[in-house]
Ligand binder design. Sequence first.
Ligand code: ADP
Ligand code: MG
Length: 360
Amino acid sequence: MSPAADIWASLPVPALLIDADDRILEINAAAEGFLNVSAKSVVGVPIWDQVNVDSPLEEAFARARTYETPLFVNDVDVGGGQRAPLQCALQIAPLQGAPGQMIMLISPRELAGRITQHDSVKSAAKSAIGMAEMLAHEIKNPLAGITGAAQLLSMSLSKDDLELTDLIVEESRRIVKLLEQVEQFGNLSPPDFREVNIHDVLDRARRSALLGFGANMKIIEDYDPSLPMAQGDPDQLLQVVLNLLKNASEAAGNDGGTIRLHSYFEHSFRLRRADGTGRSLPLQVEIIDDGPGLPEAIKADVFDPFVSGRENGTGLGLALVSKIISDHGGSISVTSVPGKTVFRLSLARAPKQTKPKKEV
Ligand SMILES: Nc1ncnc2c1ncn2[C@@H]1O[C@H](COP(=O)(O)OP(=O)(O)O)[C@@H](O)[C@H]1O
Ligand SMILES: [Mg+2]
């Protein structure tokens, strides 16, 4: 293939070549996909029969051809024979060296808008949490009243009926626990940045896990002893590691399993922001378990609040983890298949002038 043909075939944007009589001469692979037709079947078809645009373009198009100038059209709905209209931008230009022929690029708005859409999902999650915080606060008082009333009532009840008041008290406790987790979000203060020895944090989390929720787990330390100090809030990072260890222990179930705490240095790891700037996050911590893996149905959303795969889960553990790490300017990611789930934290190195280390 000639370079021109290669470029044409590789263009990730739907593109059409139109002859002097407004008929389709050629379309690229992306346009085949976009219009849901084969290139063969549309050659020779009048362009405006195949590409349905909601505003009259013929005149502007003819003018662009006559004066050999490009034409840009924003925010038009473009439909094909088989597909629903989609909001697009059109870029049209005369083809150099081929009088009368025009090239048309179709950019679906969806492609351009995708990054910001992610941001709006994030802010939706934020306002969901804000709402939940307010509710949590409002529900706690009446709930205390209900629990108290049930306890008073239980004093004058027969043994059989006691079961019912016990149920009220028990379930109210569960709600209070959930509400307290929701409130944790609101109370989360900005990180108090210090020089942190990540291995101290991991050790402390490991010991406390083994004494409590992780008693039936084996937790292996696999540390890079030359890892430099991180910049972070030791208490908040401890909370992060505890949440991850807790999830891994819960996923393993009664039979237990193995968790590996892996630290290493990756010089080239950078977090790229939307504005093109980047931040170096060379300290890597992986929490690896050999449990069943993330449930397929929630895999894509585990960091969102209220997403849980467990019967009595709140779905707030990983949301809190993700909030803390993002307040740290760090990044968290997960890869998971049955038998191997890896949560990876990437953190910044402590700069020279950070506050000295605090005992964790
Ligand atoms: N290590 C893991 N292995 C398997 N599943 C996990 C693991 N960590 C998290 N998950 C899944 O992600 C869900 C969300 O976790 P989390 O946000 O902590 O909420 P919760 O623990 O309250 O359900 C869990 O319910 C579980 O299904
Ligand atoms: Mg959890």
